[in-house]
Design a protein around this ligand. Structure first.
Ligand SMILES: Cc1ncc(COP(=O)(O)O)c(C=O)c1O
Length: 449
């Protein structure tokens, strides 16, 4: 951080000086003792908010990292993407102090029209904006309840849909998210299709989708009054599980058989990351709803829900003060157009296939890698004690994350119990992937000695 930025912080009344501005440890202690309530400071240092380009990011101590987490899929175009900065600068003077609940503006309407045009299905749709992914999911859930008159949802284990209200009721990926908080809505839960560890002991190639049939059984014993099935098209926080097409199709069909809606949670996997606008499009299913978030906001807090028209029986059944005010709507429109103009979706598919191929080569070399699974620019690497027993190895996974970050300056993120996710920004190149792979392999070798 340079002197100008330190001065900016000083002028805002922040207690900062030349020395502590360059010391992550100082700020870690400071947040721990009396400031931020919820942060995890076990692995990562303080990010320098004044530096960074593409997949290169810095901590305030001056270390440069290659970023494979993209802010958990928030930074579609990497850090400080110049074409976006230019666009953002060009609209800095728009009136963005518009409370979007009661008053409309052209950008918000144009944004809704655009979202409707890039979501699957030719049925009449509507869009409704939120300020986070969890609320995008909840917005879909509220609409499904409103339309069906039912209040029961089908959810999966593992799954992650957010940490508030109804979304938290669906979430099931770690007890720390849920324990002690009440269940906000009825959820009938079944296992997420997880072929590497099929809970029904089957092989994906010749199974009879027992995971989907289990859903029918659950509905029969727990209640068939379902408002919707809510499924992550790729199970993200729970361990980067990529379901087989036939399972998603069967889960969809069973949901429909019982008259339920199907909500695809695309908060992490959507927005072109997998090579299609929405990951659910890989499974030949047309969902009733898509919940969106993260990348869609180009770095700002935005979510959106697209669902069947009319989404609600009356005006104001769901709404948020800051749901896509004009500046954010313009920025999102810019991103969607840019992704199209630059043909970025098909590039994501191609680079993603390369990334998964290279990681699969690593799997063949290292006994601790049990499984590698990828869809576009999202690849999960599952760590085990050995390939034969498939026993989960969380310690090795944790050591690899620490070594990758601390020693090899690779900003990686865990998922689930024993998985590391590669979730880079769309601007990553094949050369970057190779460099990340070198560093990652060194961290694996160090951690599995
Ligand atoms: C699949 C999925 N759904 C929902 C959410 C919640 O999004 P937010 O944190 O913006 O509320 C997340 C966040 O990680 C997610 O990955």
């Amino acid at each position: 951080m340079d002197a100008r930025h330190i001065e900016i912080l000083k002028s805002l009344g922040v207690d900062i000086n030349e020395k502590n501005a360059k010391n992550s440890q100082h700020w870690i202690e400071r947040t721990k003792s009396h400031a931020l309530a919820t942060q995890n400071r076990e692995v990562y240092g303080f990010i320098d908010h004044t530096r960074g380009e593409g997949i290169r990011m810095y901590d305030i101590d001056g270390n440069e990292y290659l970023d494979l987490a993209s802010g958990v899929a928030v930074r579609a175009m990497g850090l400080r993407y110049k074409p976006f900065i230019e666009f953002e600068s060009s609209i800095v003077d728009v009136v963005h102090e518009i409370m979007s609940n009661n008053w409309d503006s052209i950008p918000q309407t144009a944004f809704a029209e655009k979202l409707i045009s890039i979501t699957p299905g030719t049925h009449e749709k509507q869009a409704s904006m939120t300020t986070s992914g969890a609320r995008a999911v909840e917005n879909c859930m509220k609409s499904a309840m409103d339309r069906s008159g039912h209040q029961r949802f089908i959810g999966f284990r593992p799954s992650f849909h957010g940490r508030t209200g109804y979304a938290l009721a669906l979430t099931a990926s770690n007890k720390k998210h849920k324990a002690g908080f009440p269940q906000g809505v009825d959820v009938t839960r079944v296992f997420y299709p997880y072929c590497y560890r099929c809970p029904y002991g089957q092989n994906a190639e010749d199974c009879n989708v027992e995971c989907a049939e289990a859903l029918r059984g659950a509905i029969e014993v727990e209640g068939d009054d379902i408002a919707a099935t809510v499924m992550e098209s790729v199970c993200c926080e729970g361990g980067f599980l990529i379901p087989p097409k036939k399972a998603v199709k069967a889960i969809y069909d069973i949901t429909k058989e019982y008259g339920g809606h199907f909500i695809a949670d695309e908060v992490q996997a959507g927005m072109g990351r997998t090579g299609k606008w929405w990951a659910i499009e890989h499974f030949d299913v047309v969902p009733d709803y898509i919940a969106m978030g993260k990348a869609i906001g180009v770095g700002y807090p935005l979510g959106a829900s697209v669902g069947p028209s009319p989404m609600f029986s009356a005006y104001s059944r769901h709404s948020e003060t800051f749901g896509a005010e004009p500046k954010m709507a313009l920025q999102c429109l810019w991103l969607l157009k840019h992704l199209e103009d630059e043909n970025i979706l098909s590039k994501n598919a191609e680079k993603g296939a390369y990334m998964t191929k290279r990681l699969t080569e690593l799997k063949d070399k290292h006994e601790v890698i049990g499984d590698v699974r990828g869809l576009g620019l999202m690849t999960g690497i599952e760590f085990v004690k050995d390939k034969k027993s498939k026993e989960r190895d969380q310690k090795t996974r944790n050591d690899i994350v620490k070594n990758a970050v601390h020693k090899y300056k690779l900003w990686v993120l865990a998922a689930g119990h024993n998985v590391i996710r590669w979730l880079p920004s769309y601007i990553i190149t094949k050369e970057d992937i190779d460099e990340c792979l070198d560093r990652f392999e060194k961290a694996i070798i160090d951690s599995s000695k």
